[in-house]
Design a protein around this ligand. Structure first.
Ligand code: NAD
Length: 414
């Protein structure tokens, strides 16, 4: 029997007179993702005045965590910016890459926050760096005083199209990729493509892998754009030198961000375990961590996408022409489609077991259907996986001029 009922609070009393209370509350979250070029040019007021809750008024303090590489390249500009706007920053420079993406790095940020005596109501933390730094800073901020507001400024392509725009934070724990973390929305994410001009070619390709992911499961149009302009964009260092390519780069990045946010928004806390954006993330977490530091995140994702595409083809979910297109694009971006770890059944089985645990006891493996659509499967067997791996090895050893190289193993197709 309900004895007392108020908004969000119910008291139930049993016949024997004992009580049970039910508490209900909802928390709405809102955050902005804002594109702004030359964020740290002193004439750009965005960071000093907008979307930043509360605004960085003259005399206020900011705790700024900067990726060590960014500090080297842009440190002077960043310092000049805050000085010009009369904001007092407390800088914490952090070496940030996959090998040090762990609790220890989170702890150093928390220590620095505590030393600075951050006031969580007035002094949001600002993270400037790649996906690794943003994950570390977001995690630290989200657990410091139970959720300190933070601002993300991604400086890599993966950061701009993926790590910088959702609400997930996390770091590796042992061999567990992103095993510890939180769901914590930033106050705002500022996307400034101008940082990309110092990113090396391999890291650009690494980011393109996450864009390709969205194309393969969500957008045939994005795939066409990547096919038409992707390679040129990569060669021209993200359009730095060519105005037309800059327009194409913008189109590709904007489309990728829009598609990603559209997928993330209805399922921010991942209550629905069937997530198409998990495409490329079934085997890759295990492979990436085992191969560390050999593979970058996007490269491991790409290997997983290549394998998943072969599985898709074998199941009749995509044509040979589509499979050809996928491998040609991957080759064009110089992304790996193979790693020797795939030949260790123990590693792949471990990956599948881990995925099963992570996805509520079902495989829920997203596979592309043709190009631009997807489905989920729950019945991948060890045998099917092993034969797809063998086929992938052959394809990966075949050059583009030989088409996708389906020929050598085509005979096995029955
Ligand atoms: N939280 C999420 O939702 C999410 C989503 C996707 C990926 N991620 C995570 O993101 C990480 C990968 O991110 P990443 O690819 O940005 O790698 P990264 O952050 O490790 O950066 C790669 C390297 O580039 C350097 N760098 C950063 N910006 C630069 C610039 N503008 N110019 C020159 N060098 C620069 C960094 O110092 C680093 O050495 C992975 O750990 C992955 O798990 C998280």
């Amino acid at each position: 029997m309900i004895d007392v009922q108020e908004a969000g609070l119910e008291r139930h009393v049993t016949r024997e007179g004992s009580s049970r209370w039910t508490v209900r509350a909802k928390r709405e979250i809102t955050y902005d993702v804002i594109v702004s070029r030359q964020l740290f040019s002193v004439g750009n007021p965005t960071l000093a005045t907008m979307g930043d809750v509360p605004a960085a008024l003259p005399g206020s303090r900011r705790f700024v965590v900067i990726d060590a590489a960014i500090d080297k390249l842009y440190g002077v500009e960043i310092r000049r910016y805050f000085q010009y706007h009369d904001v007092t920053p407390i800088y914490h420079v952090l070496e940030a890459h996959e090998v040090v993406k762990n609790w220890k790095s989170v702890e150093t940020v928390i220590n620095a926050m505590a030393t600075a005596g951050i006031d969580r109501r007035r002094e949001p933390v600002i993270g400037i760096g790649g996906g690794t730094l943003l994950d570390i800073v977001g995690f630290a901020a989200s657990i410091y005083r139970r959720n300190t507001p933070y601002i993300r400024i991604p400086t890599t392509l993966i950061g701009i199209v993926d790590a910088g725009i959702g609400i997930k934070t996390g770091v590796n724990f042992g061999l567990g990729k992103n095993r510890i973390g939180t769901y914590a929305a930033p106050v705002v994410s500022y996307l400034d493509q101008s940082f990309l001009c110092t990113l090396d070619r391999r890291h650009v390709a690494n980011g393109i892998a996450e864009i390709l992911k969205m194309a393969l499961i969500r957008s045939a149009d994005l795939m066409s754009l990547l096919e038409r302009h992707g390679k040129a964009v990569l060669n021209a260092d993200l359009g730095r030198t060519d105005q037309t390519l800059t327009v194409e780069t913008n189109k590709i990045i904007t489309m990728a961000v829009q598609l990603m946010l559209k997928e993330l928004q209805p399922n921010l806390w991942e209550a629905n375990l069937e997530r198409c954006v998990d495409y490329g993330h079934t085997f890759s977490p295990t492979i990436e961590m085992r191969a560390l530091p050999e593979l970058l995140h996007g490269e491991a994702v790409n290997i997983d996408m290549a394998l998943s595409s072969v599985i898709s083809f074998n199941r009749g979910l995509m044509s040979r022409l589509d499979l050809d297109r996928i491998f040609n694009v991957m080759r064009g971006f110089e992304l790996p489609t193979w790693n020797s770890l795939l030949e260790k059944p123990k590693v792949l089985n471990e990956a599948l077991t881990d995925t099963l645990r992570h996805r509520g006891g079902k495989q829920r493996i997203p596979l592309p259907v043709g190009i631009g659509e997807y489905t989920f499967i729950n019945d991948l067997t060890e045998d099917e996986l092993a034969s797809s791996v063998a086929q992938l090895k052959v394809i990966s050893n075949t050059s583009e001029s030989e088409s996708t190289g389906l020929r050598p193993w085509q005979k096995t197709q029955g």
